[in-house]
Structures are given as C-alpha cells and as structure tokens.
Design a protein. Structure first.
Length: 59
C-alpha cells in the first residue's frame, strides 16, 4: 500500500510540473529510480493520468 500511495503522489506532482511546462525526463527518471520501476513505466503512468484521469493502477 505505501508504494501505491507513493505512485499517486509522484504522478500528481509530475502532472503539476507538466501543466507548468517544466516537466523533464530527469524528473521522470528520478521517480522511476525512487519507485524501482522503469522510466517507461513512469511515462505510461503519466499517460494514463492524462487520458483516463487516474493516478493509480487500473482496477
């Protein structure tokens, strides 16, 4: 459960950076590293948040 909460918080913060135009690959890479997932996973999370409006995994 803590990892899920971390994902939701991280995606929310990355989306906020994206809205201001300051999101960079370095930000996504930092999240990937701290969450123990691939950079590609973080980009998929962001895409799901933009398209589907969810910050957590699909149910």
């Amino acid at each position: 459960m803590p990892r899920l909460l971390g994902r939701e918080q991280a995606v929310s913060r990355l989306l906020a950076l994206d809205e201001t135009g300051s999101l960079s690959t370095a930000h996504a890479r930092l999240v990937a590293s701290s969450m123990g997932v691939s950079l590609r996973s973080v980009w998929r999370w962001l895409e799901a948040a933009r398209v589907e409006g969810r910050t957590g995994p699909a149910v």
